[in-house]
Design a protein around this ligand. Structure first.
Ligand SMILES: [Zn+2]
Length: 361
């Protein structure tokens, strides 16, 4: 097999980011291949979806249900970013077993650690190796939109020098957290990636290219403190922001999804009833409902999953309900993502993870 395949996850790349920016290279891929507006996995956060894309599986198979999690057995709160949480093989591992060469490039270092099983060459722009530094110069700060442009320049180099059979490349959503799609700084960010993508297409005839996203991004104006809501009604619980990671500047750990761990198991249904009445809460699912509805692994989620309305985030606030201004994700409203395939879009591509699921590896 002489296939060369590149899968790109543009972090936070909701369809409106594509609509608002001139992208001649992506337009060429869409016209020659195809595009559908598909769906990300819920909760719509980075780790859950990157792992879904790279394994072609839902969280009930791969085990990554959150960016952040309480291990009830140990009582410890942990970032779900270590490969020991992964319960199935990534496509890089499957390709490696077949003797194919692989590469993994990420902007965020945390993703490199989570996804790097089976990666022959691996690079994070946040902590690049000496080879890439000597070729491209130092990388911009992880919170700078220019970090993704640097990553794409590294991707171009890896494709032309190392020529891997299968490459997975994942950017960071710092620019989307900061800028609305129509903001000129966002347009410049997307255009810069598109320019390099155009060169990659020219330099690699025959390369299959798939582009998708882990989630979209929405403007959020209301913050709700679910722990305070429950406490006022006499229920002690820990309400975990599913979005929480080490890149706090992006979102201040405020997102549209929360896992609720109720101290007293006999109060779970009462807590669900209370939360369902909160204005701004769109959906409250029990553990088994959430597992069925969204393909989650029940032993790795809270007693309840709470999803917010479009303009709502959950987190720790001084009062129960606060006005805030942040661009973030996590809810059902950041589910829409583009799926682009070149020279062909796989048939039956409805979710971002269907790209790899349909790849035949
Ligand atoms: Zn993300």
């Amino acid at each position: 097999m002489e296939r060369k395949v590149l899968v790109i996850c543009i972090d936070g790349f909701g369809p409106e980011y594509l609509e608002c920016s001139p992208t001649p290279a992506i337009d060429f891929l869409i016209e020659s291949g195809g595009m559908v507006t598909g769906s990300a996995v819920v909760p719509t956060v980075t780790n859950v979806n990157n792992v879904s894309i790279i394994t072609g599986e839902l969280p009930n198979r791969h085990g990554i249900t959150s960016n952040y999690w309480i291990d009830r057995d140990t009582g410890k709160e942990v970032y779900m970013e270590s490969p020991e949480f992964l319960c199935c093989e990534t496509i890089l591992e499957r390709a490696k077993k077949r003797g194919l060469s692989t590469a993994l490039l990420t902007s965020k270092r945390k993703l490199l650690g989570l996804l790097d099983a089976g990666a022959g060459y691996r690079l994070s722009a946040e902590q690049p190796d000496s080879y890439m530094l000597s070729m491209l110069g130092s990388a911009p700060d992880i919170y700078s939109p220019a970090i993704n442009e640097w990553l794409f320049r590294a991707l171009r180099l890896v494709l032309s020098v190392k020529k891997p059979d299968l490459t997975y490349c994942s950017t960071t959503d710092g620019a989307m957290h900061r800028y609305a799609p129509e903001d000129e700084r966002s347009v410049e960010h997307i255009s810069a990636l598109d320019r390099i993508l155009g060169i990659i297409v020219e330099e690699n005839p025959g390369l299959e290219i798939y582009i998708t996203a882990d989630h979209g991004m929405s403007s959020k104006t209301r913050g709700i403190d679910l722990e305070k809501v429950l406490k006022e009604r006499g229920i002690e619980a820990r309400c975990l922001p599913v979005i929480k990671d080490r890149y706090v500047v992006h979102h201040q750990n405020l997102g549209g999804a929360s896992y609720i761990f109720v101290d007293n198991q006999e109060e779970v249904m009462e807590a669900a009833g209370i939360l369902r009445e909160v204005e701004g809460v769109e959906l409250v699912c029990t553990k088994s409902e959430a597992s069925k509805m969204f393909g989650l692994m029940s032993r790795r989620i809270g007693d309840l999953l709470v999803l917010g309305e479009k303009d709502v985030v959950f987190g720790d606030f001084d009062s129960v309900d606060e006005e805030i201004h942040v661009r973030s994700h996590g809810s059902l409203h950041e589910r829409k993502i583009p799926i682009i395939g070149y020279p062909q879009l796989p048939a039956e591509c409805r979710m971002n993870l269907d790209i790899v699921a349909s790849m035949g590896l």
